[in-house]
Design a protein around this ligand. Structure first.
Ligand SMILES: Cc1ncc(C[n+]2csc(CCOP(=O)(O)OP(=O)(O)O)c2C)c(N)n1
Ligand code: SF4
Length: 275
């Protein structure tokens, strides 16, 4: 196992105090990379543009803070050119689901062995709080899940877990930056999965999210555990079933549960690997 300090550069992050991106950075540098034991020179972290996309600067591996929306394209090219690299693409909800959304289904259908970490803070944070495809659409005054600046959002929410399931990503998970041990485990599982891994990470933007947003997500969150009964919302008429990571139909059902009712954390689906 490598020493923990090996994976941090000396650069001080410019994120706001309390930003969820610190949680992801700590997870990657303190546990995930040291425990998997991938040498720095065999790891490549590619990001787009955004607050979350600053992360390669703070991790002492190969890295590229690239172009808004194009992290997945560059990550796929890098993996094809150098298959021995462990390649991780990091970006925001704007990056992967607005300008870069067209790349996701193609990365998925190729099932190239890269890990995509989508940092969902529900806004375009770097450009100062515009709505993104993940900003929930509510009636005026209905709840805390709104960007502070654009109110109400004009378009319905694009649900990333349903999207990645319907395009059949071979590993799909969701974590949160306030539960670091769980997030570390998810990312390690994603990196070790041989194929395209998609991990959505709830991350608090303390500057542009309404204050109640994250506390509400944390209070309502439920964990998915293989073999355990799933906890369905009180409004559900389904009988609970035991969570089976290989069952894509059930995973699609789980993805229909509204974020407002019950944010689900854990591995939704684990499918075919590439060899
Ligand atoms: C091609 C291009 N279009 C637009 C922008 C402006 N821009 C920079 S970051 C960003 C959105 C950032 O939001 P997100 O990807 O969700 O990341 P966050 O800052 O929230 O982590 C936009 C629209 C850009 N840099 N390049
Ligand atoms: S604006 Fe939001 S996402 Fe960006 S550094 Fe500040 S808290 Fe983090």
């Amino acid at each position: 196992m490598r020493a923990r300090a090996d994976y941090r550069t000396t650069l001080k992050p410019v994120w706001c105090a309390g930003c969820g991106n610190f949680g992801l950075l700590n997870a990657l540098t303190k546990r995930v990379l040291p425990e998997i034991g991938i040498p720095n020179y065999q790891t490549l972290i590619i990001s787009g543009i955004g607050c979350s996309s600053r992360i390669p600067a703070y991790i002492d591996t190969y890295g590229f803070n690239s172009i808004h929306g194009r992290a997945l394209v560059i990550a796929q090219g890098a993996k094809l050119a150098k298959p021995e690299l462990t390649v991780v693409a990091v970006g925001g909800d704007g990056d992967f689901f607005s300008i870069g959304a067209g790349h996701l289904p193609h990365a998925v259908r190729r099932n190239i062995d890269i890990t995509c970490i989508m940092v969902n803070n529900f806004v375009y944070a770097l450009t100062k709080g515009q709505i993104s495809p993940t900003t929930p659409h509510l009636l005026r005054g209905e709840g805390p899940f709104l960007s502070l600046e654009q109110y109400p959002p004009v378009d319905p929410l694009l649900d990333m877990i349903s999207y990645s399931l319907s395009t059949r990503a071979s590993f799909i998970a969701q974590g949160i930056t306030t539960d670091i041990p769980h997030l570390e485990w998810l990312i390690k599982e994603g990196i070790e999965h041989k194929g395209f891994s998609y991990i959505s990470v709830f991350s608090h933007c303390v500057t542009f999210n309404p204050p109640e947003l994250f506390s509400t997500i944390r209070a309502n969150a439920r964990y998915l555990q293989e073999g355990e009964l799933v906890e369905l919302p009180a409004s559900s008429r389904e009988k609970p079933w035991r969570h089976d990571l290989s069952d894509i139909s059930r995973a699609l059902q789980l993805a229909q549960i509204s974020l407002l009712d019950e944010p689900l954390l854990g591995i939704f689906f684990r499918g075919k690997e590439v060899y």
